[in-house]
Design a protein around this ligand. Structure first.
Ligand SMILES: [Zn+2]
Ligand SMILES: [Zn+2]
Length: 248
């Protein structure tokens, strides 16, 4: 798998606000830029549920949505794909939209808005060094975005992690063939202290260096993860920026 020199993730929309002056909204949207010396690409992971906060936050953060070359939709819940029909018209015609599973109305909406739906039923490296875990089944099927960063390892971005955050991470390791996980950012879909401790123990065991649960992660679970992971835990919210670079 190709290694990227750096990845910069900007939280455009989350349930919480990290940077004053920005909007929050129940949902998630992450703006992902990946770099080598010669190359750069931009991916939008989830669009949140309402376009208004997404658009306002993007302009306040001076994030250019029209740079987005590919959209990655973690799962078909409205708080992750609800703004697609507003976002796609801002992008190049036929922009690929990676989705976890077939969904006739969702796929029709993507086509109508000018995008090209691509169903990731299995794992796929859709850009060099950037993978979808492929659909992970269960009550709600979902896939996660995986970027391979030089000297660091995998950066795993989750929407809600409905199939379970631990199984999502294990799947990312398995499909990439890379066991080193540097960062896990996104919704963890757990709420209790007990669940938080169990997840944090796993993250600690596999040597994760940066964890930032947000969106559907409950407060008690966050506290538990922060207690175990200490300085490796980073608070998230609209406006937070993570810069992961191979030299730092
Ligand atoms: Zn959600
Ligand atoms: Zn969900």
């Amino acid at each position: 798998m190709k290694e990227w020199n750096s990845v910069k993730i900007t939280t455009l929309v989350d349930n919480d606000i990290w940077k004053r002056g920005l909007a929050s909204s129940w949902g998630l949207s992450l703006y992902v830029k990946i770099y080598t010396e010669e190359e750069r690409h931009t991916i939008l992971m989830d669009t949140s549920g309402s376009f208004d906060p997404l658009f306002k936050n993007a302009s306040k953060l001076e994030v250019n949505l029209s740079d987005v070359e590919a959209v990655f939709i973690s799962h078909w819940h409205g708080d992750h794909c609800g703004s697609l029909s507003h976002v796609l018209p801002l992008l190049r015609h036929f922009t690929p939209v990676y989705v976890p599973s077939e969904n006739s109305s969702g796929i029709r909406k993507i086509r109508e808005a000018g995008g090209t739906p691509r169903v990731c039923s299995g794992p796929v490296e859709f850009m060099e060094g950037v993978m979808s875990t492929g659909e992970i089944g269960g009550w709600t099927s979902e896939h996660s975005l995986v970027v391979n960063v030089k000297n660091k390892g995998l950066v795993i971005l989750t929407g809600c992690a409905h199939p379970g955050i631990v199984s999502t991470i294990k799947r990312a390791q398995q499909v990439s063939g890379i066991s080193k996980v540097y960062a896990v950012i996104g919704g963890f879909h757990i709420s209790s202290l007990h669940e938080g401790i169990n997840v944090a123990k796993f993250l600690d065991e596999i040597g994760v260096k940066l964890v930032s649960p947000c969106h559907c992660t409950g407060v008690n679970a966050k506290i538990a993860i922060a207690n175990v992971m200490e300085e490796k835990y980073i608070e998230n919210g609209s406006g937070q920026v993570f810069s992961i670079d191979y030299k730092l």
